[in-house]
Design a protein around this ligand. Structure first.
Ligand SMILES: [Zn+2]
Length: 250
């Protein structure tokens, strides 16, 4: 039995993700993977948006999940911001697909869509770059990223991936948490979960890759390490909404 110290990741003992065999499995595709609504009017949604590939070739194993109409409409409206803000964080020449997006689709979307422009350049300002003596070397344009909006898209992806792994939506009473920034790499709870995560999996290319682990005592508790364009790593996990964070593993 193990107790993992409470940390920013608030994680407990996880075991590797596997297929769901519990009796709580619902009949396939009767509920929206994102909001859990049961309806017979479901559509298919790409868990990781196709827009992340732009006009380049899609990998062979794109994953879809059942999605209700209102979730589909909502997430459709979020794709552009998510893609633009993701790609804007990546250095030039770091990845052929992010380069292609920056040079084409991202620029076009900002020019075409005034709301996308406003969202993207939110609180834009010039930032001074100084040397050690405090002398200004240059100015650089800085933008404020809407972290909660970005995190919502990450949690949508996690819910979709959870659905694919478990054949059901995340249970009511559980939420997705997303670590802000990259400080999670130093976190004890994250390191514990990283050690037991499955190896990297992909859709067939390196635009999007993932690793995951599942809690041995609670199938709804999972941990996810997502990687975009070999450059940006995001850590997210699922946990009870208000429940105790310290739990014992089996
Ligand atoms: Zn829905």
């Amino acid at each position: 039995m193990l107790l993992v110290k409470r940390s920013i990741c608030k994680s407990t003992t996880f075991q590797k993700c596997g297929g769901q065999t519990s009796s709580i499995v619902q009949r396939a595709d009767t509920a929206c993977a994102y909001c859990g609504q049961r309806t017979d009017r479901l559509t298919r949604d790409h868990v990781v948006p196709k827009a992340l590939w732009g006009n380049t070739k899609l990998p062979p194993r794109m994953v879809t999940a059942p999605c209700c109409k209102s979730c589909h409409r909502y997430w459709d409206g979020e794709v552009e911001y998510f893609r633009n803000i993701l790609v804007a964080q990546i250095d030039r020449h770091a990845h052929r697909v992010s380069d292609h997006l920056l040079e084409g689709p991202v620029i076009r979307s900002l020019k075409r869509n005034s709301q996308a422009w406003k969202d993207f350049f939110r609180n834009a300002r010039l930032v001074e770059l100084r040397n050690r003596s405090g002398i200004i070397l240059a100015y650089r344009q800085a933008f404020e990223m809407d972290m909660s909006r970005f995190s919502r898209s990450i949690s949508k992806i996690v819910r979709g991936l959870f659905y694919k792994k478990s054949h059901r939506p995340l249970a009511p009473g559980y939420r997705v948490e997303v670590a802000h920034g990259d400080e999670f790499w130093q976190d004890e709870g994250f390191q514990h979960n990283l050690a037991i995560m499955e190896p990297w999996a992909s859709y067939g290319d390196d635009v999007f890759m993932l690793r995951c682990a599942r809690d041995s005592s609670d199938w709804n508790k999972t941990a996810w390490l997502l990687r975009f364009y070999c450059s940006i790593a995001v850590y997210a996990w699922t946990e009870p909404d208000a429940g105790a964070q310290l739990m014992t593993g089996g």
